[in-house]
Design a protein around this ligand. Structure first.
Ligand SMILES: [Zn+2]
Length: 173
């Protein structure tokens, strides 16, 4: 018999038990600031526990002080209530959330949305310790930082010198 973890079962789209349904429901909540990606794809939902109809969802806040955290927790609660669970949200602060937890699917969606996804920790530093930020439209590395803060505090504003388009870069932490 092949056994799957809850997250694997969710990826195959076969939801055949309550824990998988709770996982899918919680992780499919959209990020309020970047509504093209789910909190599951951002790696914010870390784990769930199900005891009878009570679901405990372990959530790792992204940027500390990001006002989106509360909105995300409330949205997860609302969605779980809709499908009949009693939600209980627990914040995990350690280990702290890192942009490395964003899934490949999440990164691709960010790029299509016009936001350059965070560079992985392993390739974060280029020559002279400078972050190499690629344009999400034309993939050029010829970019410049306009402002440390983009549309939200979590992003920096950049401009591509090749296609001349401004874009947001999801900052690494
Ligand atoms: Zn460009």
């Amino acid at each position: 018999m092949v056994t799957h973890t809850v997250s694997e079962r969710n990826q195959t789209g076969i939801i055949n038990d309550d824990k998988a349904l709770a996982w899918a429901t919680a992780s499919n909540v959209l990020d309020p600031e970047i509504p093209c990606v789910t909190v599951g794809e951002l790696g914010i939902v870390r784990d769930i526990e199900l005891i009878e109809d009570e679901v405990t969802v372990y959530v790792s806040p992204t940027y500390s002080g990001c006002p989106a955290v509360l909105a995300i927790e409330m949205a997860i609660e609302t969605e779980l209530l809709k499908v009949g669970f009693r939600p209980n949200i627990k914040r995990i602060l350690s280990p702290p959330w890192t942009t490395d937890w964003i899934s490949d699917v999440g990164r691709e969606k960010l790029r299509k949305f016009g936001i350059t996804p965070p560079v992985n920790a392993s390739s974060k530093m280029g020559l002279f310790g400078k972050v190499n930020v690629e344009c999400p439209r034309c993939s050029s590395n010829n970019t410049e930082k306009l402002s440390e803060f983009g549309s939200t505090a979590c992003k920096a504003q950049y401009r591509c010198k090749n296609c001349l388009e401004p874009f947001d870069y999801f900052k690494c932490i």
